[in-house]
Design a protein around this ligand. Structure first.
Ligand SMILES: Cc1ncc(COP(=O)(O)O)c(C=O)c1O
Length: 400
């Protein structure tokens, strides 16, 4: 048999999805599985976006420009202007989701074996994108005790080698919900300028910031014209994950011109997705207000309820719709599997994502899980009860 590639063998599988077969089995047994494990919002997309697809003026489904539909790019310039960021149309390249934006940026910026420093825990697919593009993610560990704030800059300094080409953050963060402060971003600015590195910020959760906090984009910092690269997406902003539209935003002209070669090779981002994304720019303000209010209510309920369970600690996330939670178990991977395989409470169980998959340092986050508050409060209530009962039953099971 012809051999598959070493890269394919080393490609990590998703820590969020690896428990799916156990959930499927539980469902076959008639157990209701409450999904706290996945970031697929249950919020409806804005009506303006859906109407634009329904009312397409033409049957002409042609390729668009490789860098995206120009009226959509202009629309995004306006969107950024409303977020205090002045850009030109040529600073924005439309991509097939934030995912393609990350792969294109890695391909355009890095040579084989180059290193990128990323605070961990981080969005697990960064590992997959790094494998695809032959680069190495070097984790800088943030701690739950510190609510996942930016690790000390000295920790980054220690890990810088001649191979280091970039620092990457996710702001607000999936999986921790942490929102970086201006002071932290200024510290990152200083270190990238000192070592001549790119600063990549995955800002796909920008709209989801709570308690009056406003997100700060790295594009707002002066002096980073050549260094700053923002990854953007409509997946979460408008609850349009399936539209597959994202963007790379940078004022680095040379980078944009090499990115064009990658963009041209894959022809163009999806046409239908761009129609919906352009229309979504006209989403009324009330849509975001309602969505935010819903997430805040869910977060407040979930964090408070989790912290009431003995031995559980959940920092209060300032953004996104995730939290990393410390559980009174030694091995959360095993516990999460056990919840699906062995446990049910009044016909329900709960599925969580073990946090170890969001760390790249081996054996880190072993007693942590990531939860996503993408369920209605009534469902979250059932999930918290199932988790609490599950922890109790698991303790007995372990002490047997
Ligand atoms: C932090 C982060 N970045 C990027 C993505 C990729 O999103 P998409 O490719 O749907 O734009 C996701 C999706 O969950 C994410 O959570």
């Amino acid at each position: 048999m012809p051999k598959i590639s070493q890269k394919a063998i080393e490609m990590p599988s998703s820590p969020i999805r690896k428990l799916v077969p156990y959930a499927t089995e539980a469902k076959k047994r008639g157990v209701h599985v409450l999904h706290l494990n996945i970031g697929q919002p249950d919020i409806k997309a804005p009506q303006v976006a859906i109407d634009a697809i329904k009312n397409l003026p033409t049957n002409d489904v042609a390729y668009t420009n490789s860098e995206g539909v120009s009226s959509y790019q202009s629309g995004l310039v306006n969107y950024y202007k409303n977020n205090n960021i002045n850009l030109n149309v040529k600073d924005i390249m439309i991509t097939t989701g934030g995912s393609e934006a990350l792969v294109m940026v890695f391909n355009a910026c890095f040579n084989d074996d180059d290193e990128i420093l990323v605070p961990e825990p981080f969005y697990a697919n960064y590992n997959g994108f790094a494998r695809q593009t032959n680069i190495n993610v070097v984790p800088i560990t943030a701690s739950i005790e510190n609510d996942f704030a930016l690790p000390p800059i000295a920790d980054f300094e220690k890990k810088i080698t001649p191979k280091t080409k970039a620092i990457m953050i996710c702001n607000p963060s999936n999986p921790t919900g942490y929102l970086y402060s201006l002071k932290e971003l200024e510290q990152l600015k200083e270190i990238v300028l000192k070592h001549d590195l790119f600063l990549i910020a995955d800002e796909v959760y920008r709209e989801f910031c709570y308690d009056g906090h406003t997100p700060i984009s790295i594009l707002e910092l002066d002096g980073l014209k050549e260094n700053a690269i923002v990854i953007d997406s409509v997946s979460k902003r408008y609850s349009m994950c399936g539209a597959r539209i994202g963007a790379i935003v940078t004022r680095n002209n040379e980078l944009i011109s090499v990115l064009m070669k990658f963009a041209q090779a894959r022809l163009c981002p999806p046409y239908f997705g761009q129609v919906a994304a352009e229309a979504a720019l006209n989403t009324p303000k009330e849509y975001f207000e309602e969505v935010k209010a819903e997430y805040v209510a869910r977060r407040n309920y979930l964090v408070e309820a989790l912290n009431k369970i003995e031995g559980v600690y959940c920092p209060m996330p300032k953004g996104a719709f995730y939290a990393v939670v410390k559980l009174p178990v030694e091995n959360a991977d095993e516990f999460a599997k056990w919840l699906l395989e062995e446990f049910e409470y009044k016909g329900t169980t709960v599925m969580v994502a073990p946090a170890s998959g969001f760390y790249s340092t081996p054996n880190h986050g072993m007693n942590e899980v990531r939860v996503a508050y993408v369920l209605k409060i009534s469902e979250l209530k059932r999930a918290v009860i199932a988790l609490e009962e599950g922890l109790r039953a698991y303790k007995e099971y372990k002490n047997k």
